[in-house]
Design a protein around this ligand. Structure first.
Ligand code: H2B
Length: 98
């Protein structure tokens, strides 16, 4: 069971993840892919990372604009699992040129 993070812990972790913002019980990042297919490719790689972590983002796809939202639903808030997957999404987005 991952532990829920408090406001100070969340702020400290967000400071290390530029581009991610907090909205209540979730963190979000919106990014632009260079093309629709590049965005879908990124979504596929994020899906693989999510399966490996057994932790799954909400994903909104609008042509080249992708929004990833993370929250630990089982705990009702944000945990280290959300920030670990956010960092993985950032790494994969960089590799995809997003
Ligand atoms: N993803 C997210 N974002 N939050 C969860 O609480 C969660 C999940 N729970 N993926 C996992 C799957 C749970 O359903 C399985 C059984 O571990």
């Amino acid at each position: 069971m991952p532990a829920l993070l408090d406001d100070a812990q969340i702020a400290a972790r967000l400071a290390e993840l530029p581009g991610w913002t907090r909205a209540g019980d979730e963190i979000r990042r919106t990014l632009q892919a260079p093309s629709f297919l590049a965005g879908i490719g990124l979504v596929a790689r994020v899906a693989e990372a999510a399966e490996e972590a057994d932790h799954h983002p909400d994903i909104d796809i609008r042509w080249r604009t992708l929004t990833f939202a993370l929250s630990t639903h089982s705990e009702g808030g944000l945990t280290a699992k959300d920030f670990a997957l956010a960092a993985a999404i950032d790494r994969l987005a960089g590799e995809a040129g997003c």
